[in-house]
Design a protein around this ligand. Sequence first.
Ligand code: MG
Length: 277
Amino acid sequence: MKKDLMICLGGLAMLVAGLASFQHVSAQGASGNQSAAAKESAGAAKPEDTEQWAPVPVKVLPGASAGAAPSDAIILFDGRNLDEWVRVKDGSPAGWRVDNGTLVVDKATGNIATKRLFKNYQLHLEWRIPADITGEGQARGNSGLYLASTGRGDQGYEIQILDSWENKTYVNGQAASVYKQAPPLVNASRKPGDWQTYDVVWTAPTFHADGTLETPADVTVLHNGVLVQNHFRLLGETLYIGKPAYRKYDRAPIELQAHGDPSAPISFRNIWVRELN
Ligand code: MG
């Protein structure tokens, strides 16, 4: 009786071992050429070892079309009003003109900035140079997207906006440049009168408590869907004159520039942001 039970248990153990071996071989079947020693090894790597199951990414409903805001975006301008914006000079209502769903720069009012402060984010913005634009160089449809506004004027980190369809200027000052720091990888401009898009991923700089730089800012930009800045590491704030340098800040508004050149004002539409903090 006892002997029979032992034989029976022994047989069961062999069956279990055989099944385990079969499963192991099956699991390795895709790779096929593993050594016999590897197959026998109790510590052999399995596909499951490198599968991550948690945390599950939050579901986001994408916009209905490319450029449309996804469900988790903060809408900064959707054609209706400037509730999210203020005048940079004094914090008063933004004062630019909302005309037929578009936002038109008012050069007399000056720059406008978001009421909200941001750190790292993804941003979408659309802009249009007037079809009848005049002027040349930096005086032809100049505006700018300040990824972080650090002062009450043109201070911070600017992605240039300009008519660069057929308009010669310094290349680190043409459309989609990181102003005075990095020309765009290519010129993806559309002609005046056409709407253009910027899609930006901004990683803000970080600073030590004493104000010195800990990690530099980094920016990736697509202009009309074309990659024009690829993880560019900024040298500091984008200055009109002088060498870039960093100044400590934590969170900052996003700003749109009212440039003082005499050419006709440009327009914006469909501006949204997704925080990546
Ligand atoms: Mg500018």
